[in-house]
Design a protein around this ligand. Sequence first.
Ligand SMILES: [Zn+2]
Ligand SMILES: [Zn+2]
Length: 285
Amino acid sequence: MTKSQFTVHFWGVRGSIPTPGQSTIRYGGNTSCIEMRCHGKRLIFDAGTGIRVLGDHLLKEMPLEAYIFFTHTHWDHIQGFPFFTPAFVKGNTFHIHGKVSIAGDTIESCLSKQMLDPNFPVPLGIMGSTKHFYTLDFGETIDIGNGVTVETAKLNHPGDAMGYRVSWNQEVVVYATDTEHYPDRLDENLVHLARNADFLIMDCTYTDEEYWSKTSPKIGWGHSTWQEGVKVAKAAQVKHLVIFHHDPAHDDDFLDKVGEELQATFSNGMMAREGMVLAVAPTED
Ligand SMILES: [Zn+2]
Ligand SMILES: [Zn+2]
């Protein structure tokens, strides 16, 4: 049996809004949430509705200590947090990281505001876990212990978003959502963040055809295309590209087709699916 000291679990891979239903069963309908288990550390990226499902699994592993990183605070990245059951349980500890919003709100303030009346019945303060909040700047690298480091970069998104590069023992996973490519050049911040990564998980919401559509273009909406993802993956010489933040309008059959075209262009490309687990640094048991 293969046991890895660095794994990536996909709990929510959908962008913008949850999409439950028969046509999205295979890729999943929950919004962004990724868990990385890395050399004894547990890292969680974003708290879309996928974090509710993760929380239910974690109830068996309490008391918990986890490091939560937010890319930004658009709904699809925070809306699951009030339903993350372990956060309500005394004895659990969460180190919560995020950037300051353009308006000057810290991540603590943003999470608090979404739970205030009339948006939610109970406030953030009712959560019984111990929560430490940290503000991150673009370009910063932090060490969370056990040799695990997390580097940040600015992504191109309305109100900005923060990309993350997680490194341990020469193994690297990059989580880059939400972000839009530039029309005339590659995003240097993103290419630098993703350099030589084992896995680049990237916002590739659209196809080029949709992005440049004459009737309904997506230019300036803050998201990239899978074809642009391939360009970044090649420029940064990443080993694997994971297509992430699927458009709510893309059903399973559509995503199958994207996956086939991706494979033909970049053989180490793959589509993110809810429930998927990647082993970054496998070691034989
Ligand atoms: Zn999003
Ligand atoms: Zn966003």
